[in-house]
Design a protein around this ligand. Structure first.
Ligand code: NAD
Ligand code: UGA
Length: 456
């Protein structure tokens, strides 16, 4: 059994994943290293730099026992038998493939650090989501040294979702491990299987070749995002025809072949991965001359852009075709509930479009206000922030609900209504609230993919 594990990258994936490994493998020393010293200090103090339900307890159970965080990446590489790489792999914003391909600079830097500092035998595990055949590139970099160390490369993509990361890690639908089909490759796979087998039933640990594992990760995200775009496309038809997307989703989701999950129409998907990973897939298809396949997957992203625009168009139409100088309270800025993460959140685009219409926008969110302030730092004086939703809605013409925070269901909507300008509008971008009750209170209610409840 492996005795020492290092993870390079203490982010949304690296931190929680290693905390769960440390919890289930108390005999293994787990170290998480990052170039960001502030992040390292936050993790090491037991107050993680990310919000994730249940994380603090799991972290503190192992911190100081067999789990620690460090900024000494080189030293940590020397000491580890198995090295996970979980650095960020954002969409490239420059040069060839700009806007689609993965920016591999952080990932390549870690490969070079490993090469410079490793001695003996190391198993290197790709945890970051990477383009297909990246493990091969990693192997070439690592084999380019002068023989000081020997490496086996595995692909072990992560499927956790933010907001449910700990539950997803504790009880994964599957763990996927890709490795070389050689004796050394199989031994490396078995070493990683043994780690997960401490708490994951063996039949849920799938082993494949490296490229299948890499492609499965991109494909899984593309399938999930495609379902969201599909139901959002249906919501557009509902809004034009009088059908109700909740009823349609229930009807189609009851078919066991289709299934009920990921059929919630909304203001569009966000998060750091769906769009990035689909664009990666698009780039891969283009690279291989599969242009129709590329356009097929690209349409999932096109539909998502449309959904965000349609939301603002509907607000504009409902509010007499002008938002200029009207106060709009934006309820929720995180890309989903139970996270403070706003990367690629639909709220960013919606707020920018509202501000372009010269609306006065006040954003509230239980966890994501610090990130929202950074995302909209250039927005100017029409934008404000309020931790308290009642404060955000005071004198507002409309509430636009953009994140499905459970606590928004519990708000006192009579009180909110009383404090707002009339006619008061509520645009529920997540179909979270009870539209009929809000309508009875006096709101003009616009939900996604449902007929409006309006007195106007
Ligand atoms: P993140 O930005 O939260 O964390 C990445 C960390 O890597 C940062 O703390 C950064 O400082 C560190 N880093 C960058 N370069 C480094 C270097 N050279 N040496 C040491 N540390 C370095 O990213 P994340 O959300 O954890 O995602 C990591 C990977 O996992 C991505 O490829 C992503 O696609 C994938 N993924 C993310 C999720 C998710 O829910 N966020 C889920 C599954 C997979
Ligand atoms: C997603 C996948 O679910 C994870 O399996 C994967 O590991 C991860 O991406 C990743 O690779 O980063 P995540 O983005 O954290 O996880 O969150 P999801 O729950 O998938 O939600 C993504 C977006 O889709 C959110 O904006 C959410 O509000 C939206 N969504 C989701 C809908 O609009 N409707 C739905 O029915 C489901």
């Amino acid at each position: 059994m492996i005795k020492s594990i290092l993870c390079i990258g203490a982010g949304y994936v690296g931190g929680p994943t290693m905390a769960v490994i440390a919890k289930h493998c108390p005999e293994v020393q787990v170290v998480v290293a990052d170039i960001n010293a502030d992040r390292v200090a936050a993790w090491q103090s037991g107050h993680p730099p990310i919000y994730e339900p249940g994380l603090v307890d799991v972290l503190n159970a192992s911190l100081g026992r067999n789990l620690r965080f460090t900024a000494d990446i080189d030293g940590a590489i020397r000491d580890a038998e198995m090295i996970f790489v979980s650095v960020n792999t954002p969409t490239k914003a420059f040069g060839r493939g700009s806007g689609k391909a993965a920016d591999l600079q952080y990932w390549e830097k870690t490969a070079r650090s490993i090469l410079q500092n490793a001695q003996g035998h190391k198993i290197v595990v790709e945890k970051s989501t990477l383009p297909v055949r990246t493990a091969e590139a990693m192997e070439r970099i690592l084999q380019s040294g002068n023989g000081g160390a020997r490496f086996d490369i595995l692909s072990n993509p992560e499927f956790l979702a933010e907001g449910t990361a700990i539950a997803d890690l504790e009880q994964p639908d599957r763990v996927l491990i890709g490795g070389a089909e050689t004796a050394d490759g199989r031994a490396a796979i078995e070493a990683l299987v043994e780690v997960y087998a401490k708490w994951v039933p063996r039949e849920r640990i799938l082993t494949t070749n490296v490229w299948s594992a890499e492609l499965s990760k991109l494909a899984a995200n593309a399938f999930l995002a495609q379902r969201v775009s599909s139901i959002n496309a249906v919501s557009a038809i509902c809004e034009s025809t009088g059908a109700n997307v909740l009823e349609v989703a229930r009807a189609i989701g009851s078919d066991r072949r289709i299934g009920a999950s990921f059929l919630k129409a909304g203001v569009g998907f966000g998060g750091s991965c769906f769009q990035k990973d689909i664009l990666n897939l698009v780039y891969l298809c283009e690279h291989h001359g599969l242009d129709e396949v590329a356009r097929y997957w690209e349409s999932v992203v096109t539909m998502n852009q449309l959904q965000k625009r349609r939301f603002v168009d509907r607000m504009l139409r409902a509010m007499f075709n002008t938002l200029a100088d009207k106060r709009i309270a934006v309820f929720g800025f995180a890309f989903k509930a139970d996270t403070g993460d706003t990367r690629d959140s639909p709220a960013i685009q919606v707020c920018r479009e509202l501000l372009a219409e010269q609306a006065r926008v006040c954003v509230t969110d239980p966890q994501a206000l610090p990130a929202a302030r950074r995302d909209l730092a250039d927005a100017g004086p029409r934008l404000s922030f309020a931790p308290d939703p009642y404060e955000a809605a005071r004198s507002a013409h409309a509430i636009a609900l953009l994140t499905d925070w459970h606590e928004y269901r519990e708000l006192d909507f009579e009180r909110l209504y009383a404090s707002m300008q009339k006619p008061a509008f509520l645009f529920d971008g997540r179909n979270l609230l009870e539209a009929e009750r809000l309508y009875e209170i006096g709101f003009n209610v616009y939900s996604i993919g449902r007929p409006p409840l309006s007195r106007l």
